[in-house]
Design a protein around this ligand. Sequence first.
Ligand code: ADP
Length: 733
Amino acid sequence: MYVAQIYSIILLSFGAAAFYLGISAARKRFRDYAGNAILGLLCFSSSVWCYGFGLVFLTADPRVAYWGRTLGMIGVFGYLIIVQILVGVLGTMPTKLYRFFCAFAFLGLIIYFPTVSPDVTVYYMEEAGMTYTFKPGLISNVYTVYSLIFAINMIISISCMIKNAKNRREKVTGNRMGITLIIVFVGMILDTILPMFGFGAIPGSSITQFLGLLVIYYAIVDLNKTRITPMNMSQYIYRSVSEPVMVFDTEGILRLSNKAADDIFSETFAKYEDKTLRITDFFALDKGYLDYEGNHRVDDTNSVIGDIPVQIQTSRIADGFGDLIGFIITVKDMTHINEIMDSLVEAKKLAEANSLAKSTFLANMSHEIRTPLNAIVGFSELLLKSDISDEDREQVDDIRNSSHNLLAIINDILDISKIESGKMELNEINYNIADVIKDAYLITETLAKAKGLKFSMDIDENIPAKLYGDPVRVRGILVNILNNAVKYTKFGSVRLEGKVKENDGDMSVLEFKVIDTGIGIKVDDKEKLFESFLRVDKKSNSGIEGTGLGLAIVKGFVELMGGSVDVESTYNVGTTFTVTIPQKIVENVPMGNILVKFESTSKSSIGAVKFPGVKVLAVDDNKVNLKVITKILKQYEMEAESADSGLAAIELCKTKEYDIILMDQMMPGMDGVEAMNHIRELGGYYASGKCLIVALTANAITGVKEQLIGEGFDGYLSKPINFVELEELLSNR
Ligand code: ADP
């Protein structure tokens, strides 16, 4: 075998390798980068170069050698042109210069033809095998000049690339291109320059161009790594993500851990050094932890060393066959989150405690204020019933009215706190709308008349007579708006209009308008009107009493009923409040003409109905209250007795059968509930349910009524006693 043939085998192997590299460079995942496509072409040129010259040195026939070189030269010129293009793609150089160099490189396409003409080269066999020399002349000179100029262009291009490099990546790539250039030129001396001087060609550049190609290939593969691809990004994520990531095999042995995991478990790693580490060395977990159903599981646990609270997410990893090869665990340090959670729990507890304290305060306050008020209202009612002088009557009437006002304020404060805490509930029953409108009208009429205002109403006769809803709240809404209209009107009139806006047989939408000729509301103030404790236009309002709660309560009630409230006003001219309230219809017959009676309200109506002979026991620790209650009961011609404690009441019940027991809820020692239970336990008459035990309570907080009934009371009366409620209770007995 000739030495040339050994060259040839080397070249043919390189050709195959270059071809393979070309295919892989052109593969799909690299396609989005122009450098890869050019690299592919470079590999194919290199392959043609290797195969062509491989053929030259393989054969003993000069004609075959000629065709080998003719083929190989395609690879040579292709390689040169592509390298020149590649330099511009990989680096930065002046555009014009780059275009000029590329154009020069492309001259190779023209020079190729004369270069491969049979007259230019001579092929012959020598001791080492096939070789060739160039015949001196123009063509070989042109080829030499082309090669030299190309070499200079490349030196300039690569220098530009290194000099203009915008980052380390470009600089390193430039250096690598420089190495390629040197390697290729060393080879060229052997097979291009030597034959020019009459020496036989050694296929040096054919070999070194392949080595140069390897350098370029490596440089571009390196560049590919700097671009974002799923492959390299998963590495970055694994290495640099701040969350600890650990991979365990199917036996639960640690195989990989990222830096964050190494940091958080540094003590564990230090303690066990080179020992095999299992999942249970890191986390406080059961041995069978990894035998779970499904793909993922999330668990709260603690690290074994350091007792750090962590949340771990475990996911199965399967190989290409779908078989389980391990588990990947991401770890979340919960120390900070737990601290936040703890502080939130604390804050919630505090808020609940505060809210409870507020409710308790409201309940106590209402109890404390209502108890003496009970006495004041009760006694003034009684005094008004008795024979007193007109002057005294006037004063007592004032006392009664003032205490009613005070009661109204307390009720307002309780209402708004219930509305704002979302605890307000409607007490819905069947009711006559005419009565509600009449009540509201009568309540405000006195005030309007006293101010000399024209007070009137126009109520549509077609409003359905009987509705289902909360009459007390509907009346409250109307009274509030009518009261305001009267309060904020100095001269002129206040008018109530009511009509039915919609009626589909089941539901009706009522619309009430209260129109006044009062001080009016400024446009800017309109929005603030419905805020609690807020009074607007204090200058004009000075001297008019108010808490700023009325409209907030109205809005709260109206919205609870699913309706709306609106205001139109012209400052200093007058205001119109419009309220719409949807209500269920019970009897869809028109309510007819509303009859308004103008009765004096200064006479108490206590005892208008009589309940002679009914035996009642009033139980209350407050002696004044007891006195009031028993006196009132006597007005109804009932047989009233009293007990100032639960125990005293039980003793009385042992000797007598009462029809009704009015039991104060809050008493020192034995409270109302206990006393009631003891009385029921007396058995006989008291176990038969014939005696009504009714709770008396000053506690007006939502839910108290239900609570008392739940505890076994037959009824409930709030203090101060509402006589209408008392009469209703007695009549329904
Ligand atoms: P207040 O207890 O002050 O009357 P409201 O909530 O009922 O509280 O009303 C809030 C404010 O709205 C009042 O202070 C008043 O300035 C204004 N306002 C309410 N109704 C009228 C009205 N009919 N005419 C003029 N201003 C009104």
